[in-house]
Ligand binder design. Sequence first.
Ligand SMILES: [Zn+2]
Length: 190
Amino acid sequence: MRCVLCEKLSFKAICKPCVGRLLSENKKSRILDNKLKVYSFFGYSSIAPILHVKHHFWGHRVLNQIAKQTFGKFAERFSFKDKVAAIGIDDVPQSGYSHTAILAKALKSPSIIPVYRALRATNNVKYSGQSYDFRRKHPRDFSVSLKGFSHAILVDDVITSGLTLKEASECLKKEGVNVLFALTLADAKE
Ligand SMILES: [Zn+2]
């Protein structure tokens, strides 16, 4: 099989040199205007091929490999006084698997518990390719279903405008949940 990123022969979905190159990238962070901190592992262009693998089985494996090496390693070093829910944005499977569910799952640790479908967009408008103004005028209207947690980490594959993460964190706050920060695989602002 071939590495998804460089197309050289590889036993894993992403070959060792590509993993090394990816992991040496500087992490990025942003603070949204509602004070939510967002940490991203990569720039979007470095991992775009990973997010666009079309074959379900293969796409799942590729994302799993990179999620373990980023979200997984993060979770190993993270500890908190209380149980924290890891909540993926839009973790409803599309074409067989959900990016954010795989990322949230990789955070599983003694302190972090992935909770699936805790946030559901009641407005399924597609943001991809839309302007900031369009996104701002069409909120996702998340409904929250989370029991037994007062702390959460939000998880998404890519941060673009940050509007979705901001809206999600506001919805959780309204339900009395403290959002510690958000983690995304990639930041589209490079
Ligand atoms: Zn490679």
